[in-house]
Design a binder for this molecule. Structure first.
Ligand SMILES: CC(=O)N[C@@H](CC(=O)O)C(=O)O
Length: 725
């Protein structure tokens, strides 16, 4: 609005009846007679001079190509900056001082260019327009005010970056919402006062009537060079007050970047340093272009005035940098890209977070407590390793969050919360073992009606992994599919001679993996049944996985009072290469007791509930819910126990009735575990109480496993939240 007003004020009136081929000088000598009585009368009426803007190029030629070029640049500018303003205001993920400043910068940028470019465009098609005295000074006023606001905002932003990089743990205390608002308010206020002073001073000078202005807008230096009265007072003001006003932000920017540079030089890894430099570099170029061109135009005596040079330099700071800003500052940034994608999908913006700023402030005491705990030498290392994102210090794990200038830049703040990528792709596998029917049945059902497993913004794919085994209702055709997802099998050359399950594993790896890659599915739930009395069981493969511990905690709490156990299969030699292991977060779901090839309603209901709660957890996580630190009880595999066997390898004793169905129950050294046909009891032995699982599992007879011993322990997870919020 504000810049539209400026433009309207400066009422552009293309000169009609001009001879387009006449030379510049002739044009302006001829100007008065051409203008006729109307303009003269107006000039007499207002007794004010008029200015004739010659535009970007001298002469009276029309420049359609330049017109198109600047029109294009202007549209890109308006689109880039206005989208930034809308995004920053509407997307919950962009709530940090950085984006707060960026929003204001974009607003200023679009206004700043609107003050000059439409007039410049008009000048390219109709050279030599007349601008009224009021219009000219209104344009000057807004141009100066917005230009200075821009430079102060750039200074505030570099201060913000320096605080984030150099004092990550104090960041929240430094960049409080109040301080951010004060910085922005001060930028606007200083700029307007400064502009008012200069505009008043320059407008008080006298000008010849109908003066040709060799520029594309009414700028201070041009006006000074045109004035017929003594300009020394105005020039002194521009040099003294103006220099102070322009140099202050420049100095602040230089200081901030110097601090950032020192911090970045301390980054140990060459890659990290290069990344930081490349990002810093882009900003530095933008800032130097802006300030460099301003200084070179304004801070020369009027005698050194060169119309051609000034116009060129003005194009840089009035048009080029404001157009580049939104791209340089944001479009390399993951968060802005995410917000943009969300915006384009027209998805409702997440609820307005109570400002990240606020939350950071709340984290402050925690942060200070951490600093006190960490000795300074270690703290230095923490800072240096910041580009590596995650820092482990003893039991404490810090994450350096980086919604900074760009996603690959150093850091913004240390937080106790782990900021993890949102979940996008989830698969639900059934039929990995063709005779474990609950998963097969549920997956087939969801392949037909998927409403139950759909969640907004999430891709959930049900999938039968071993269709041939399912068809024959057998565990597998050639070998166990749930054991062949190791690099060796996955890397084998394709051939008809390979076991069916190995070929199938390669296909599944291609569809949902590849294992350990960026493209792999985020989560795979693999649905299994056991003939053992294990109830609801979640299988965990990695004890340090905060996300899965949080998910399992959520499922356990949601299922309560129904018990849900967590079986941890992390072990140097007993771990196996599961189908789900190609996902970033592999989840085994095992429910029993259920005989092979049989369906039971109670087991089906339990498995279905587990999936529902798991999907709800993912949905909450994606929506930005922060999950506070939690702890879960898990049973970690220790050893597999085979049946007693005779010399020919035949089983000589079976599971003791006192152990049958006692999965998860404490088993003491003297407790019976096997019973021979002649009635002899074999007890556990050893000196440790253990927790048995997969007791008498049908599928494990061939694996020579009567049951597995586990030990009970507690796993802790840090607080987690999605990095897009
Ligand atoms: C009884 C059974 O097959 N259990 C699964 C457990 C798992 O998925 O990790 C298996 O051994 O493959």
């Amino acid at each position: 609005m504000y810049c539209c007003a400026a433009y309207c004020f400066s009422d552009a009136r293309p000169k009609r009846g001009q001879d387009p081929d006449s030379e510049l000088a002739t044009l302006y000598q001829k100007q008065r007679p051409h203008r006729g009585g109307h303009s003269m009368a107006l000039a007499n009426l207002t007794s004010r001079p008029e200015f004739l803007l010659l535009g970007l190029m001298d002469g009276t030629d029309i420049h359609p190509l330049l017109f198109l070029l600047f029109l294009g640049v202007y549209l890109v500018n308006a689109l880039g900056n206005l989208s930034m303003v809308v995004l920053v205001r509407s997307d919950g993920a962009l709530r940090s001082p950085m984006y707060y400043f960026l929003g204001h910068l974009s607003l200023v940028d679009v206004c700043f260019t609107t003050v000059t470019v439409p007039r410049l465009l008009a000048g390219l098609l109709h050279p030599g327009q007349a601008v009224s005295f009021r219009g000219c000074f209104a344009q000057m006023y807004f141009f100066v005010a917005l230009g200075i606001t821009e430079s102060y905002l750039l200074a505030a932003m570099s201060y913000d970056r320096a605080a984030a990089v150099c004092r990550p743990l104090h960041y929240a205390a430094v960049m409080t919402p109040g301080r951010c608002m004060a910085l922005v308010g001060a930028s606007w206020a200083v700029a307007h006062l400064h502009s008012l002073l200069h505009t008043l001073l320059i407008s008080k000078l006298s000008y010849p009537r109908a003066t040709p202005v060799r520029h594309f807008f009414c700028d201070m230096t041009v006006m000074l060079s045109l004035a017929t009265s003594d300009t020394s007072a105005a020039e002194t003001a521009i040099f003294s007050e103006g220099l102070a006003v322009v140099l202050t932000p420049l100095l602040l920017v230089a200081l901030s970047y110097a601090r950032i540079l020192v911090a970045v030089l301390g980054v140990r890894s060459a890659g990290g340093r290069r990344r930081a430099f490349s990002t810093c570099g882009a900003h530095l170029v933008a800032v130097s272009l802006f300030f460099g061109s301003i200084l070179s135009v304004y801070f020369r005596p009027s005698s050194a005035y060169s119309a051609r040079y000034d116009r060129l330099a003005s194009v840089v700071y009035a048009v080029v940098t404001p157009t580049l800003n939104p791209f340089i500052y944001s479009l390399r940034n993951k968060e802005v890209k995410g917000a943009l994608k969300r915006g384009l999908r027209w998805r409702a913006a997440p609820p307005r977070a109570k400002l990240n700023l606020r939350q950071m402030t709340l984290n402050r005491p925690k942060c200070i407590a951490i600093i006190k705990k960490i000795k300074s030498s270690i703290w230095n290392q923490v800072r240096r390793d910041a580009v590596d994102r995650r820092i482990h210090y003893g039991k404490m794990r810090l994450l350096i969050v980086e919604p900074g200038i760009s996603d690959d830049f150093v850091c913004l703040s240390a937080s106790l919360s782990l900021w993890l990528d949102p979940i996008k792709k989830v698969a639900i596998f059934g039929g990995t073992h063709g005779n474990e029917l609950t998963g097969v049945f549920l997956v087939k059902h969801w392949l037909e009606t998927s409403t139950e497993i759909q969640r907004t913004g999430l891709e959930v794919k049900p999938f039968i992994t071993n269709p041939r085994a399912v068809k024959k209702c057998t565990r597998y055709i050639d070998c166990d599919l749930n054991r062949v997802f190791d690099p060796e099998n996955l890397g084998k050359k394709k051939s008809e001679d390979l076991p069916y399950e190995v070929r199938r594993a390669q296909e599944i790896n291609h569809l949902f993996g590849p294992k350990d890659s960026e493209d792999s599915y985020d989560i795979i739930f693999d649905l299994h049944n056991t003939t053992s009395n294990m109830g609801c069981t979640l299988i965990l493969e990695d004890s340090r996985n905060d996300f899965l511990i949080q998910m399992f905690h959520y499922i356990k709490t949601s299922l309560a009072p129904l018990p849900c156990y967590v079986y941890l299969i992390e072990h140097p030699s007993l771990k196996y290469a599961t189908t789900r292991s190609i996902a970033k977060y592999p989840v085994g779901i095992e429910v029993g007791p259920q005989p092979q090839g049989v369906l039971r309603a109670d087991i089906l209901d339990q498995m279905r509930k587990m999936i529902q709660h798991a999907l709800d957890f993912i949905h909450n996580f994606n929506e930005g819910k922060e999950f506070p630190p939690c702890a879960i009880e898990v049973y970690k595999i220790m050893e597999k126990v085979d049946y007693p066997r005779n010399e020919s390898g035949e089983i000589s004793a079976i599971i003791h009735p006192k152990l049958q169905d006692q999965d998860w129950k404490p088993l003491h050294p003297e407790d019976p575990v096997f019973l021979t046909l002649d009635g002899k009891t074999i007890s556990l032995g050893g000196d440790q109480t253990v927790y048995p699982v997969f007791v008498n599992e049908a599928a494990y007879y061939e694996k020579k496993e009567a049951f597995a011993k586990t030990t009970k322990l507690t796993l802790n997870a840090n607080s987690i939240r999605s990095s897009l919020h």
